[in-house]
Design a protein around this ligand. Structure first.
Ligand code: SIN
Length: 293
């Protein structure tokens, strides 16, 4: 770990705060390696008192992988990879106000999300996180084995439809409806983390629409059970934001939920979302290893 960085766990299942790092700087490789390791160890990591202009948030995010441009949510002018997550005082609906894993509706889902708080309400607006690795580990060996043999279908069609939560019209964010455009993608119901080998459940109430090869009724029964199980309080942690706070979570093993408990107040965040490297060889560490061998 970089010599000035300090890590403080914030909850039993997941979550740690990292102190002593300025994310606006062009950090040395060993600091990036330490941050990546903390993300793998704690699944969601938090930083406070940061001052991240959009271009610095982009630069930081790109150290972990290529950045996603959201297919339905308009990015910032001049920075299409930066999504402004805003709730104005007159808005009733917030973005991300249900348990989900970002971008599981894509063929190659995002590996991480980095959210920076620009303006926070005087109270409320916390984000909850739930470890899907802990959720998997708490199941019986019998159900674990069954789930490991199954795939589920994910789609943006429901959530980003005219009826869906995410696409509800509001002044604060330009969100397109996915009607008729969203594809369906199959992912394993249990993901083995490519970097840690730890297994995690990979289904979520927003984007998982059925179990592959099962009838809708059959799927619903098992998915409803899992969705209830996965949000058990013992698998969660909660982060209270201040302007300048940053959360970086691993979408491969974490659900999150943006609380909507601050009526009449403004909340303004900026998110960059990290995609997987196109191939293992594209990872900077892999490239360095090649050049020394
Ligand atoms: C999101 O789902 O990415 C938004 C989370 C938040 O605003 O807390």
């Amino acid at each position: 770990m970089s010599s000035t960085m300090n890590i403080r766990r914030t909850a039993g299942a997941l979550g740690a705060e990292i102190l002593g790092v300025d994310l606006s700087q062009d950090l040395p490789d060993d600091a990036i390696v330490a941050i990546r390791q903390a993300l793998l160890d704690y699944q969601v990591i938090f930083f406070r008192n940061q001052a991240l202009r959009p271009e610095r948030q982009v630069a930081f995010g790109k150290r972990f992988g290529p950045l996603n441009v959201h297919p339905y949510v308009a990015g910032m002018a001049g920075h299409p990879e930066v999504m402004e997550v805003v709730k104005e005082p007159e808005d009733r609906i917030n973005f991300g106000g249900g348990w989900h894993s970002d971008m599981s509706f894509l063929e190659r889902p995002a590996i991480g999300s980095i959210l920076y708080a620009v303006e926070t309400p005087a109270f409320g607006g916390d984000t909850l996180f739930a470890s899907q690795a802990a959720a998997f580990e708490a199941l019986s060996p019998g159900l674990q084995k069954t789930l490991e043999g199954l795939n589920a279908i994910h789609s943006a069609a429901r959530e980003y439809s005219s009826e869906g939560h995410s696409a509800q019209k509001r002044k604060s964010m330009a969100i397109a409806e996915a009607d008729g455009l969203a594809g369906e993608y199959r992912h394993p119901m249990v993901l083995t983390h490519p970097e840690t080998g730890r297994k995690a459940l990979y289904v979520n109430p927003a984007f998982t629409i059925r179990i592959d090869g099962w009838k809708v009724r059959e799927s619903k029964a098992l998915l409803d059970y899992l969705f209830e199980h996965c949000r058990y309080e013992g698998f969660t942690c909660r982060f209270s934001w201040e302007a300048g706070s940053v959360a970086f979570w691993d979408n491969r093993s974490v659900w999150h939920f943006a609380l909507n408990d601050y009526p009449g107040q403004r909340r303004h965040m900026r998110r960059v979302t990290v995609d997987p490297w196109p191939t293992q060889a594209d990872r900077p560490q892999a490239r360095r290893a090649e050049s020394v061998s």
